[in-house]
Ligand binder design. Structure first.
Ligand code: ADP
Length: 488
């Protein structure tokens, strides 16, 4: 793997704790595999609770000095980090494609996207304002200031191994917090490479520690129980997120949770169907269907159902499934063999209940972890594909009659992250956007995610917002100060 990189020293396989690259106390390591070939790319240090505790204790010391610096000083270091990430896009993209599987073009896009959070929050950190309150007493004045929460622990998933770190540590570091972060064991190399660049940018020791591990529980237990940690931020599955949020209540930590989704794409009969088909395919199959805002259920009005399916088949027919390192591939493998089997089970369940495979349906033909982009028709709301997050390149296409029915179907889920609709009717675009219970809605647009917007969900998709000027709020506490006895 090293020979593919211009700068092989970006390939880090130890944990990064208090500014030092270290092995696990036990000496244990775990393998990182290429999902396209199953080849072992590297052995990475597998740390546990004790190393995590040391990282948290170091963060506590480093955070106090960091918070005492000016926002301008913090910003200068973060901007340097941003620049270094952008100077190394190609190497970072190669590392990501090798461990995560997404095609190189998507990896390059994610690295630029990841850097944009550092750049954005380096600026937002300068704009942490307070407030002044009129009081009932003429001799007092009341103000509120906002201060960093302190030490933050973060756990991130494998689908966006770089951006899910920077979206959290960008605002945290910019406002004066310190962070201890755990990457997913499938994709630790991307996060470790970013830490190497943070180190080169001059980020002081202890402010950002990375604790990779084959066993998530001891690391998570320490993060969620240690009283030094004042905030826990998580991106991952709803099941694990709920469990960790519950663990955090013991020490009353603040939490931000970015959890699962079950995004509907609603296609009305007045929509531009060509654009709807291209949009639905882009949303569904990006990162091989492995994003939390991926289209999960495509709801199409009955009069245009058949035409839409034909158009979607046309778009999917242009895809080329293959190793992400091959520039001609448009879509890569899924993350693990287990993931492929879980997705296949959902397709089998749908077919057993009467669904029809209109395209794809081939699991494992191009290689152990490759799935042909699949379209399912004749699907109904009693099938698993209606209720569960598929997290793979499978598009079930449901039929609806009226606007009211579409809204009811869209809301018939415990999730509430992203939703999309295609219509050319202005009134309908407002009515439906306001009527569906989601944190984010795309109208005639599926590429809704960026640094500029408040990303996050409602219901069991989580709480908190990442990105935009609101993205700093989760890392700040408000303190009220009353100045009394000021004279008449
Ligand atoms: P996915 O199904 O996408 O892998 P998970 O919620 O299982 O979603 O994983 C998201 C992140 O949560 C990963 O970094 C994983 O290692 C981590 N994780 C899983 N279980 C725990 C746990 N008990 N404590 C802390 N982190 C955990």
């Amino acid at each position: 793997m090293k020979d593919l990189l211009k700068d092989p020293t970006l390939l880090r396989t130890q944990a990064y704790i208090n500014g030092e690259w270290v092995d696990a106390d036990s000496g244990e390591t775990f393998p990182v595999r290429n999902p396209a070939t199953q080849e072992v790319l590297a052995e990475v240090a597998s740390v546990g609770g004790a190393e995590t505790r040391r990282a948290i204790e170091a963060a506590e010391v480093a955070q106090k000095a960091w918070a005492a610096r000016t926002a301008m000083e913090r910003s200068a270091i973060l901007r340097k980090w941003n620049d270094l990430i952008l100077e190394n896009v190609e190497d970072l993209a190669i590392i990501m494609t090798l461990e995560q599987g997404k095609v190189l073009a998507e990896s390059r896009g994610e690295i630029v996207y990841a850097a944009s959070f550092i750049e954005w929050f380096a600026e937002e950190g300068k704009r942490v304002y307070g407030d002044v309150f009129p009081l009932p007493q003429s001799t007092s004045r009341g103000v509120a200031i906002r201060q960093p929460v302190g030490v933050v622990a973060a756990v991130t998933p494998w689908n966006f191994p770089s951006a899910m770190l920077t979206r959290k540590c960008g605002p945290a570091l910019a406002v004066g917090c310190a962070m201890v972060a755990k990457p997913a064991h499938e994709t630790p190399l991307s996060m470790l490479a970013l830490a190497e660049l943070a180190d080169r940018a001059g980020l002081p020791a202890g402010l950002l520690s990375i604790v990779p591990g084959a066993h998530a529980k001891p690391i998570g237990d320490e993060m969620c129980s240690n009283p030094i940690v004042r905030k826990f931020t998580f991106t991952g599955s709803t099941r694990i997120g709920k469990m960790l949020a519950a663990q955090c209540t013991e020490t009353m930590k603040r939490t931000s949770m970015e959890l699962g989704g079950n995004a509907p794409v609603i296609v009305f009969d007045d929509a531009d169907l060509d654009k709807a088909a291209v949009g639905a395919a882009a949303s569904k199959y990006r990162n091989s269907g492995q994003t939390c805002i991926c289209a999960n259920r495509i709801l199409v009005q009955e009069g245009v159902y058949d035409e839409f399916v034909e158009k979607l088949k046309g778009v999917v027919g242009t895809f080329k499934i293959g190793d992400g390192m091959d520039e001609s591939s448009t879509h890569g493998p899924v993350i693990t063999r287990k993931a492929l089997e879980d997705i296949k089970e959902m397709v089998d369940d749908a077919v057993a209940h009467g669904a029809e495979i209109a395209a794809g349906g081939d699991f494992g033909a191009e290689g152990e972890q490759f799935i042909q982009p699949t379209i399912l028709c004749n699907v109904t709301d009693d099938m698993r594909v209606f209720k569960e997050e598929i997290f793979g390149p499978v598009a079930p296409i449901f039929k609806f009659k009226t606007e009211e029915e579409a809204i009811a179907m869209a809301n018939d889920t415990e999730f509430g992250l992203a939703a999309y609709l295609f219509t050319r009717d202005q009134g309908r675009s407002w009515r439906v956007s306001e009527g569906i219970e989601y944190g984010m809605v795309g109208v005639n647009e599926v590429l809704i995610s960026s640094t500029f917007i408040p990303f996050g969900g409602i219901k069991e998709s989580g709480q908190g917002r990442e990105g935009s000027s609101y993205g700093v709020d989760d890392y700040l506490e408000m303190k009220y100060i009353c100045f009394g006895d000021l004279g008449a």
